[in-house]
Design a protein around this ligand. Structure first.
Ligand code: YRO
Length: 292
């Protein structure tokens, strides 16, 4: 599937994804009101990946709720709806409306929202993450998972896993972009917002993504699925994410570099690797990384 943010904001983009070889799709993270996002240049393609500071441009909650309900009417409930309120109250309002709708798909809650001013993003604020999940699961009963930022410290993996294991989370998606990096061309930043700071994706982040998939695969309850995201360019990268424990894989940077034909390419490259190893199903190698 695509990762939220990559070619999934407009009707046309969602239409193209739904007619691609992707297993499913996810909508652009939304807020209640439509947002223009940050000034351009705000997304730059790099040799080894990408940098972005989009600033959450989206067509607003109602647009995406209408889209997923339209899909439901056509019999398609295998769809992910990404939510990224700028406050806990905004997330609760959107999720209340999803709960009370006919939506039968899956919500991915983006925990990279700014949260409380002066505090880290929600995903890096463990107490706040616990509070957010506690308030949400108090009323929300439909399938829901969380999109996590990358972690770099073993204790942070354990702290986040301990929190997530207390809630009926269906999946976690690892990882969002590696935040607040700076890419320079000659003497200049390459994106305009935030003095050139932005989230990094692509080949740069694959080892971090794989480590996050692997750690959460080991630490989370076995009924919590892992969606791998980060640095997928080829079927070999998909294979490695699954080897670390992913059940599904998302593509952002490489989908931006190519087009929606990437999904059938990745599937045939993965099938090629599987048949060369005599694997018939994902279960034959999922999570089975050889550790020396
Ligand atoms: O800038 C974005 O819209 C963006 N880019 C990412 O790489 N990941 C994200 O989760 C988002 C949306 C959320 C936020 C970073 C703007 C708070």
């Amino acid at each position: 599937m695509n990762a939220s943010g990559a070619k999934c904001m407009t009707s046309e983009e969602l239409y193209n994804l739904s007619n691609s070889g992707a297993g499913t799709l996810i909508t652009k993270s939304c807020t209640i009101s439509p947002r223009e996002g940050n000034p351009s240049p705000r997304y730059v393609d790099l040799k080894l990946g990408s940098i972005n500071s989009m600033g959450l441009p989206n067509l607003g909650f109602d647009f995406y709720l209408d889209y997923v309900l339209e899909q439901h009417e056509s019999g398609n409930d295998d769809i992910f709806f990404s939510i990224a309120g700028l406050t806990l109250e905004e997330n609760i309002e959107m999720l209340t409306r999803v709960q009370n709708s006919d939506f039968r798909g899956i919500v991915e809650l983006n925990l990279s929202c700014p949260n409380i001013p002066g505090k880290p993003q929600t995903g890096y604020d463990f107490e706040r993450t616990n509070e957010v999940l506690n308030k949400i699961f108090y009323f929300y009963t439909k399938p829901l998972g969380v999109k996590l930022p990358p972690y770099f410290d073993l204790v942070h993996f354990e702290m986040m896993a301990e929190i997530l294991n207390q809630y009926p989370v269906q999946f976690v998606t690892c990882i969002n972009s590696i935040g607040n990096a700076l890419y320079i061309d000659d003497e200049s930043a390459v994106i305009k917002p935030k003095g050139g700071f932005g989230g990094i994706g692509g080949a740069y982040v694959k080892p971090t993504a794989l480590a996050n998939v692997r750690m959460f695969y080991k630490l989370l309850r076995k009924d919590i699925s892992i969606i791998g995201c980060g640095g997928v360019e080829t079927g070999k990268d998909v294979f490695e994410h699954i080897l670390c424990g992913a059940s599904m894989v998302q593509i952002a940077t490489q989908l931006m570099k190519e087009d929606t034909r990437i999904f059938s390419r990745l599937i045939s490259e993965l099938e090629e690797i599987m048949s060369s190893k005599n694997y018939k199903a994902l279960e034959d190698f999922k999570g089975k990384l050889i550790e020396l």
